[in-house]
Design a protein. Sequence first.
Length: 160
Amino acid sequence: MDMNKVTTAMIDYYKGDPKRIQHFLKVHAYAKLIGEQEGLDKETLEVLEVAALTHDIGIKVSEEKYNSSAGKYQEIEGPAVAQKMLGDLQYDKEKTERVCYLIGHHHTYDQINGIDYQILVEADFLVNLAEEHSSRQTIESVKNKIFKTKTGIWLINKIF
């Protein structure tokens, strides 16, 4: 899949919302870096990149439906929106299933199954910790509880 197709589709989806666009672009950049540094195979890296670009696709519907962008609502609403977008882009059905699974679980940290899931969570945290101006204590806690990849740990230590 040409990542530019997914990127431009997501920019179009979030047109007029620079905060959301910049968020998914940053998460994608970290996910790609971590995935490449950790030696992911081509297929897994592709799924990770698509998931990183689309991970917050459920926010718009969540805000309309529940007046909230809370993670649990994103996980409920995101997969269906992503399924449609990726279908329109003629993305592989099997890979779409995994992407939708990742979108539907990216705020669930106690059942991480797979390196793509682990890296997506780490990349999202790297961006969220900075965007939310998190405390040193929060950063240390997240690092100790969530981060497992060598590259993710290196990044959180360097960035913060």
